[in-house]
Design a protein around this ligand. Structure first.
Ligand SMILES: C=C(O[C@@H]1C=C(C(=O)O)C=C[C@H]1O)C(=O)O
Length: 263
């Protein structure tokens, strides 16, 4: 018999990233009601989840890795599981109209308002390549493609990026983890489970690791629900058990952001 995922007599509010990429990490919380009694799930964008976590409205949440660095005085996090990618991730995209050059500077970048980590990543990569930052404007992802013109680029993450990757009619893009790897030779970690430091004791004993194992063991069920066409995305483009190299990538990302004043 497997241990209960929720500590006894504990009512736990968990913030879940609503994009498909997070499903192996949270499938247990959403579907294994027997082992997750007392757990309530709050799906949202990563940008809103960190606000809710810091406001005390959640006990733990999957949040943008950059927000762990920014809030290291208040938050602790699990460094053994997360949303990570070796190279082409398919769902973190720097986007331009197909008729415009991807490799020249733009006047403005429209940023997916749900993102924090990839906003920092695109700023970092852009700054390293072009030596300055353009104007940056946050928008809901569904509004971004229609806003693009000869002077602008867009950043999309999650499901909106994934559908653009699969059918980019009229657009082309740089995959941001491919770009990051070409600069650093490292993988990239987009999201981590974080919680207030004073609640750290609740999340010991492999809490998030065991929910991930549960989800990975049910990959066929996840794909039956969301579509077999996402198998390579969830099992090859992404990985969830973090390696020493992933932890090194997090430290390098944090150091480079700090150096450029982007934290
Ligand atoms: C890989 C992705 O990572 C996501 C990107 C995030 C961000 O940019 O802040 C946060 C959580 C991740 O789930 C994705 O959305 O495609």
């Amino acid at each position: 018999m497997q241990p209960s995922l929720s500590p006894k007599n504990w009512f736990m509010r968990l913030g879940l990233v609503r994009y498909l990429n997070a499903r192996p990490l949270d499938f247990a919380f959403q579907t294994d009601t027997e082992r997750c009694t007392g757990v309530t799930c709050h799906p949202d964008t990563p940008a809103r989840l960190v606000e809710q976590l810091l406001a005390g409205e959640l006990d733990a949440a999957l949040i943008s890795s950059v927000e762990c660095f920014r809030n290291a005085d208040r938050l602790a996090w699990c460094d053994s599981v997360g949303v990570a990618s070796e190279s082409e991730v398919q769902s973190l995209l720097y986007l331009r109209r197909e008729c415009d050059d991807l490799d020249i500077p733009v006047k403005r970048i429209y940023l997916d308002e749900g993102s924090r980590t990839t906003v920092a990543l695109v700023r970092l990569l852009y700054l390293r390549r072009f030596g300055h930052l353009p104007e940056c404007v946050s928008l809901p992802p569904e509004e971004i493609p229609a806003m693009l013109d000869a002077d602008t680029a867009g950043l999309l993450i999650g499901d909106a990026a994934l559908s653009m990757f699969k059918s980019p009619a009229g657009f082309h893009f740089h995959d941001l983890v491919t770009w990051w790897r070409s600069e650093t030779g490292l993988p990239f970690v987009a999201a981590l489970w974080a919680y207030p430091k004073e609640k750290a004791a609740l999340f010991k004993d492999g809490f998030f690791e065991s929910s991930l194992e549960w989800g990975l063991a049910r990959m066929d069920e996840i794909l039956a629900r969301y579509g077999e066409e996402y198998r390579a995305y969830l099992t090859e483009a992404l990985h969830y058990r973090l390696t020493a190299e992933d932890r090194r990538a997090l430290a390098v990302f944090s150091g480079l952001l700090q150096e450029k004043g982007l934290l």
